[in-house]
Design a protein around this ligand. Structure first.
Ligand code: GLY
Ligand code: MN
Length: 468
């Protein structure tokens, strides 16, 4: 945990955003253990990130409230009994947890529904965030006596906006965690580059990469993508045999000690060097990334950065003969979507897609931006103007997705901009994505974590190590 003062200050910042205009009770739902195939065989526990941010208590079965009237904060949870100690060893008491969280009242789990029902009886507003786990939703239904639909409609927008405002700007102690997560993540990628060879399976590389955070007492920040079928954007299958001539796309990240995320992607040849075809596409993606880096600073809309990266990659694909036509018209029409069907990046923090549970429309969009329906832009999670202290990913990519190309070709979609006859030669190419994590600074950006090879020369030098 951070020092107790950090949690006290975060709660007090929340109160100063909410108390003047609001009355009532703020509810923070912690997570429960999550069964895999029967109740006692559980997935690895992951605490709710907003709960971690304001309370830091990394234990299942905890909930908390803050009373807006007097600012008092209460932790609800079960005291450890000898039965718990037998199975789990000695654990901190509720009082100790409350102290390390900056001072909280403590209460039994049963006291929470009683407190909520007392509030409902006296028309006290209950402010809660969107629940995303089945057991949290069931608890809310039981405690509030409302349907799931009514509860979803009744989430507190003011509460969401206040949490997003605080969690979006990373403090110095959070940046230490994010640097740690990103440096671990870089080590995962270097390990991948040192491991992959023809004759191994994707799962061999995935396992070597996964070992990095595990050996540091941490875990991954999301399921690893390690695939020579890089054109399948979130491919979680690792059973392909790596062969000479393949490209391997590795999208992987570690958590820090306090569960902050790293999220990087590297794409490299299974041989020691890129083929010319691979290098050409790789350089175009790298050019899109450099274009994005050249623009990142406070005040710029990330939607414009996304479109500039798309323009740069369109230009590169035109030079290669795969696209054609007027550059600006091509970007405006979204013709590049067939190659770049996702967004340039997302916010990152305690969650890899930071605060996605609270709603992307509050995190990545403001009232100035509406979500586009165009392929590519519709998956852009972050469009808003950047602020100093934001942490986000930059992850351009070019993919050759035969079913998508065939679908567009069949209707002559954007045929003024796409040379469909040149694309068949790329049907077994796969895809290239390159991703770094950056902090928006006062006048620019900073890449987080220790460096991982990225230029063609750096990647090829690192790949030599797999063969030496
Ligand atoms: N790295 C996984 C994602 O950004 O969705
Ligand atoms: Mn990402």
């Amino acid at each position: 945990m951070f020092a107790p003062d950090i949690y006290r200050q975060r709660r007090s910042a929340l109160l100063s955003l909410l108390s003047p205009a609001n009355q009532g009770l703020l509810l923070f739902l912690g997570n429960e253990e999550s069964p895999m195939n029967y109740r006692d065989n559980v997935y690895k526990f992951r605490q709710d990130s907003t709960f971690l941010y304001f309370f830091g208590i990394d234990r299942p079965g905890m909930n908390a409230t803050i009373d807006l009237a007097d600012g008092s904060a209460t932790l609800y949870g079960e005291e450890m009994t000898i039965d718990h100690v037998i199975w789990m060893g000695p654990q901190p008491s509720l009082q100790e947890l409350a102290e390390s969280s900056g001072g909280l009242n403590i209460a039994t789990p049963e006291a929470l529904p009683a407190r909520i029902s007392r509030g409902i009886g006296s028309n006290e507003p209950l402010h809660y965030l969107p629940a995303y786990r089945g057991d949290s939703i069931l608890n809310l239904i039981r405690w509030c006596g409302k349907s799931q639909e009514a509860l979803a409609a009744g989430v507190s927008e003011a509460f969401i906006r206040a949490v997003v405002a605080l969690r979006s700007i990373k403090s110095s102690e959070e940046l230490v965690q994010l640097e740690q997560a990103c440096s671990r993540t870089a080590t995962m990628h270097i390990t991948g580059m040192k491991t992959a060879k023809p004759g191994l399976r994707e799962s061999d590389v995935m396992a070597a990469v996964r070992r990095v955070p595990l050996s540091m007492g941490a875990d991954t920040s999301f399921p690893i993508i390690c695939s020579k079928r890089g054109e399948v954007l979130h491919n979680h299958h690792h059973d392909n045999l790596l062969r000479s001539g393949d490209l391997l796309l590795l999208d992987a990240g570690s958590e820090s000690d306090l569960h902050y995320a790293g999220d990087m992607t590297r794409t490299f040849p299974v041989d020691a060097t890129f083929t010319q075809k691979q290098r050409e596409i790789y350089e175009i993606v790298l050019g899109g990334m450099e274009t994005a880096f050249g623009m990142i600073k406070p005040g710029i809309a990330y939607r414009d950065v996304h479109l500039a990266a798309a323009r740069s990659m369109t230009e590169g694909l035109q030079q290669l003969g795969l696209m054609k036509g007027d550059l600006d018209e091509s970007v405006a029409a979204g013709a590049h979507g067939v190659f770049f069907p996702h967004g340039l990046g997302h916010m990152m923090g305690l969650d890899v897609h930071d605060m996605e549970d609270l709603g992307e429309k509050y995190v990545g969009y403001t009232d100035e931006f509406t979500r586009s329906t165009q392929l590519g832009l519709k998956s852009l999670r972050l469009a808003r103007h950047l602020q100093e202290g934001f942490v986000l990913t930059v992850e351009p990519g070019i993919y050759f997705i035969p079913p998508l190309i065939e679908k567009w070709k069949a209707t002559d979609a954007h045929s003024a901009f796409i040379n469909y006859d040149k694309l068949e030669a790329y049907y077994s190419f796969g895809g290239v994505r390159i991703e770094d994590d950056v902090l928006v600074t006062k006048d620019g950006y900073k890449i987080l974590g220790t460096p991982a090879p990225k230029s063609v020369r750096e990647v090829e030098e690192m790949r030599q190590e797999a063969f030496s």
